[in-house]
Design a binder for this molecule. Structure first.
Ligand code: CO
Length: 134
C-alpha cells in the first residue's frame, strides 16, 4: 500500500530562522513560505534529491502544531508522509484494521494540492503518519 516517502515534516518555532539554517548552513534549496490556513501552518519545502523536508510554523490560533511546540520548544520531527495510490482505498483498509484516522476521516487538500489524511500516532509507534495520494 505504501509508496515513496513524500516528505518528512519538522515543526519549528521560527520559520525564517529554520529556512536560513537549511539554505545557508546546510546548503539546501528551500522554497518560498506557503501559508496553509486550512491546516493552521505556514510551510517551506527543502528540496532534496530523493525526498523533501517540510518545515512547519504555526499559523493563526489553534494551530495543530502549537501544543507540539509547547512540548518541544526548539522544534522537532512532527510527521512522515508516505504516498499511496488511492487514499480512499488506503483509508478504508486502515479503518477496517482498527487504525484511527484523525479529524472527520475525510481527506483534506494538502500542501501539494493532493488529498491527504493523518493517522493517529499511537497506532503507529509514536509517529504521526500523513498519507498523500500520489
Ligand atoms: Co506533511
Amino acid at each position: 500500500m505504501l509508496g515513496r516517502v513524500n516528505h518528512i515534516a519538522i515543526a519549528v518555532p521560527d520559520l525564517a530562522a529554520a529556512t536560513a539554517a537549511y539554505r545557508d548552513t546546510l546548503g539546501a534549496a528551500v522554497s518560498q513560505p506557503q501559508p496553509l490556513p486550512e491546516h493552521g501552518v505556514t510551510v517551506v519545502f527543502v528540496e532534496l534529491p530523493n525526498t523533501k523536508v517540510e518545515l512547519l510554523e504555526p499559523l493563526g490560533q489553534d494551530s495543530p502544531i502549537a501544543v507540539f511546540l509547547e512540548k518541544n520548544p526548539s522544534g522537532g520531527m512532527h510527521h512522515i508522509c508516505y504516498e499511496v495510490d488511492d487514499i480512499l482505498v488506503a483509508r478504508d483498509r486502515l479503518v477496517a484494521t482498527g487504525a484511527r484516522v484523525l479529524g472527520d476521516g475525510q481527506p483534506k487538500t494538502g500542501a501539494h494540492g493532493k488529498p491527504v489524511l493523518f493517522l493517529h500516532p499511537k497506532d503507529f509507534f509514536g509517529t504521526l503518519i500523513e498519507l498523500e495520494q500520489a
